[in-house]
Design a protein around this ligand. Sequence first.
Ligand SMILES: Nc1nc2c(c(=O)[nH]1)N[C@H]1C(S)=C(S)[C@@H](COP(=O)(O)O)O[C@H]1N2
Ligand SMILES: [Mo]
Length: 238
Amino acid sequence: MSLIFPKRVLSRRQLLKISGLTGMGLLLDSCGSSLLSETMGRTFEPLNQKLQELLLTQHPIPEFPLSAIEPDKLLINTFDFSPKIDLTQFRLKIDGEVDQPKQFSMTEIQNFPLTSMVIRHVCVEGWAAIVQWSGVRLRDLISLAQPRSNARYVYFKSADGYYESWDIASALHPQTLMVYEKNGQPLPVANGAPLRLASPIKLGYKQSKWVTQITLVDQLLPMKGYWEDRGYEWFAGL
Ligand SMILES: Nc1nc2c(c(=O)[nH]1)N[C@H]1C(S)=C(S)[C@@H](COP(=O)(O)O)O[C@H]1N2
Ligand SMILES: [Mo]
């Protein structure tokens, strides 16, 4: 992993230098089903979170040119099944710690300004792909719902039973998008159509497909995410 993804290692190194955990801290990178990495994750996550939030809110992530797209490298990674979603019924709900809960149809979502980015998708299972994603900025959808000042985390519910939680700073990052196109084409169902998360600042498992509900909360619940609840790191920053 280190040789394949130098960018990720750099930001890890920076953190490890600051937290003085060189070596030990690298254990946090592993797929974490061991007791040790779970314990380490719990103990040091608040520190990581604070530093990473600072680092990432200040730096936009450089994007790739269209010519760098690797169409065949994005592998389908779905824990169970691809849900069938009826587009006429589909609504993206935004609720929780907001003053104006919202529901958007795909037509409404597609009427918001389109943002495109070419970024690297990185899966902890050891593969990566440069992909173009297009859709709307999550921050624009969230701001329409008028988030309350106590909103600190964001939960994403998916139609296949998957769930994820993010820190609010990462969710509001300008390159965190709800996307409905992949490499200039309508998003395939296997990749999360009608709507999925995409962001260059988080590992692949944070990027929920088939998102139907976005809930702002003031604290994390015992269920943090599908893979996190099976031992993977929660922040999962790149
Ligand atoms: N709803 C849902 N979202 C998901 C997953 C999933 O199983 N269900 N898998 C995650 C993982 S581990 C990765 S690497 C990416 C894979 O996205 P892709 O299948 O479009 O390549 O989706 C993420 N989002
Ligand atoms: Mo993944």
